[in-house]
Design a protein around this ligand. Structure first.
Ligand code: ZN
Length: 98
């Protein structure tokens, strides 16, 4: 049976937000626990801050939350950025940017 090719989207591997979705998070910890509870397959969550990107609303540096997923095993494994969030700790505003 020939079905039209349905591309498996990376967006549906358990990440609880759509790209460019904005939402409020009471704290960075609550955003992180939300992502951990989503049990995104083989994921690791990394947090970094960058002085280069500031929240336009308040000029506070945004916290970047990276959801990395491991692919393959052993020597051939590599990590893939599955999702990227930016979080403003002052406005308590989070947005998924990737
Ligand atoms: Zn802000």
């Amino acid at each position: 049976m020939a079905h039209p090719a349905r591309v498996k989207s990376k967006a549906f591997n358990g990440i609880p937000h759509l790209p460019f979705q904005e939402f409020t998070a009471a704290s960075l910890e609550s955003l992180l626990s939300l992502l951990k509870k989503a049990r995104i397959k083989d994921s690791e969550i990394e947090v970094s801050t960058s002085e280069e990107s500031q929240h336009t609303a308040c000029s506070v540096p945004l916290v970047h939350v990276l959801v990395m997923t491991a692919k393959g095993d052993g020597d051939t494994s590599y990590r893939d950025l599955a999702a990227l969030y930016q979080y403003c700790p002052v406005c308590r505003q989070a947005v998924r940017v990737l």
